[in-house]
Design a protein around this ligand. Structure first.
Ligand code: ATP
Length: 372
């Protein structure tokens, strides 16, 4: 078993609290992504798990064993860190084979594992070359191949695809995901690329300012972000936010947006929103969850299109509602033109309600909501 537990970890650099009371439970063979903006503490947390930096307080367990103060080589891990470069005096084959030789793995097996890892990373033609004869992206792939070939129970990777061009990155993402499920390592993978996180992770820990704000499956993080930060960080484009005003009318809770357009929450939310009667609320909705109509409808809001961005598989429209500028995604054939009016429907079940002060998403009954 190679489950990983981080218990209330704190790591500071002078006055900077890089990791602020973080707890994280990663299951055996799980693929967990640490995702967050630059400087949020992802690398510091991963380095602490790897043993490259010791936490100020808290504990790290791997496979139930307290490794908080153990050096990396005693933790049963392999890793890819930008700072943990490949050896310049060894050719690519020997770099990839390094850990396996140290482990006294039989020669045939070493050859087979090096070949498999090199093929996966498309570096099988460079096995005789030295790192100085490789590009930055190729060197990075050697580091990933070395970590993969080793077959440790735990694999820790810090932005392993960051130096690759967009196309190779896309291809590698899927191949790496397939391979990691085959070698059954418990993986923690750091990235600031949310598409990479959504596509690869079994679960994503979204970090900001040294804390984990949400730790859930990609679909949950995307569909039910825990707060405004997560909602505004995940998705391309990120979730839209509108100013709303809650009002009770004839016993029904409604939320007004724009000039005077009422949206009705789903019944499961009405009770929670009743506490905001007469108060503002943030209305969160994703671009693809609104319905754009070219004709008026009673339940649709009239808006003017400010910008049309044809993106091939969709058209992204920029519209203004009250003082908020938001994005709406439509089918590429939808007839929208700049400065012309369209109508927008807001499906109640797709709206996320966010407390304006705390920034937290209101979730009264998650099970009821996902079942509906
Ligand atoms: P990035 O995506 O840019 O790599 P990150 O989320 O991995 O960012 P960390 O590298 O963990 O962020 O840094 C977290 C915070 O700790 C930052 O404010 C950073 O400046 C600070 N920090 C990290 N390492 C050190 C160090 N050795 N000395 C001083 N401050 C540090």
């Amino acid at each position: 078993m190679a489950d990983i537990q981080v218990i209330d970890a704190v790591k500071t650099f002078g006055k900077v609290v890089a990791v602020n009371h973080v707890s994280l439970d990663v299951h055996d063979q799980e693929f967990v992504v640490l995702l967050g903006p630059s400087g949020c503490g992802k690398t510091t947390l991963l380095r602490a798990i790897a043993g490259l930096g010791v936490v100020d307080s808290g504990q790290i367990l791997i496979g139930g064993r307290d490794v908080t103060y153990l050096p990396p080589k005693e933790r049963g891990i392999s890793m890819v860190f930008q700072s943990y470069a490949i050896f310049p005096h060894m050719n690519v084959f020997d770099n990839i084979a390094f850990g396996l030789k140290m482990q006294r793995t039989p020669k045939d097996e070493i050859r087979q594992r090096v070949q498999q890892a090199a093929e996966l990373l498309h570096i099988e033609d460079f096995l005789d070359r030295y790192p100085s004869q490789l590009s930055g992206g190729q060197r990075q792939r050697v580091a990933v191949a070395r970590a993969i070939a080793y077959h440790a129970g735990v694999l820790l990777m810090d932005e392993p695809l960051s130096n690759l061009d967009a196309l190779l990155r896309l291809e590698m993402r899927a191949e790496l995901k397939r391979l990691l499920s085959e070698i059954k390592a418990t993986t923690i993978y750091v990235t600031h690329d949310q598409v990479e996180a959504l596509s690869m992770g079994d679960r994503i820990a979204v970090m900001n300012k040294g804390r984990i704000l949400q730790f859930d499956a990609p679909t949950v993080v995307y569909d039910m972000p825990a707060d405004r930060f997560v909602a505004g960080f995940i998705g391309t484009p990120p979730m839209n936010f509108l100013e709303g005003q809650v009002r009770r009318e004839n016993g029904h809770i409604k939320v007004y947006i724009g000039e005077n357009f009422a949206v009705e929450p789903i019944p499961e939310m009405a009770e929670t929103l009743a506490a905001y009667d007469g108060k503002p609320i943030v209305v969160g909705i994703r671009a693809e969850n609104m319905e754009a109509l070219s004709q008026p409808a009673d339940d649709a809001l009239r808006v003017t299109v400010l910008v049309v961005e044809p993106l091939g598989s969709q058209n992204l429209l920029t519209i203004q509602i009250g003082s908020d500028i938001i994005k709406v995604s439509t089918h590429p054939d939808f007839p929208a033109r700049m400065n012309e009016d369209i109508w927008i429907r807001f499906p109640s079940d797709k709206i996320r309600w966010i407390d304006r002060d705390s920034g937290k998403t209101l979730i009264p009954d998650l099970e009821k909501l996902t079942a509906s």
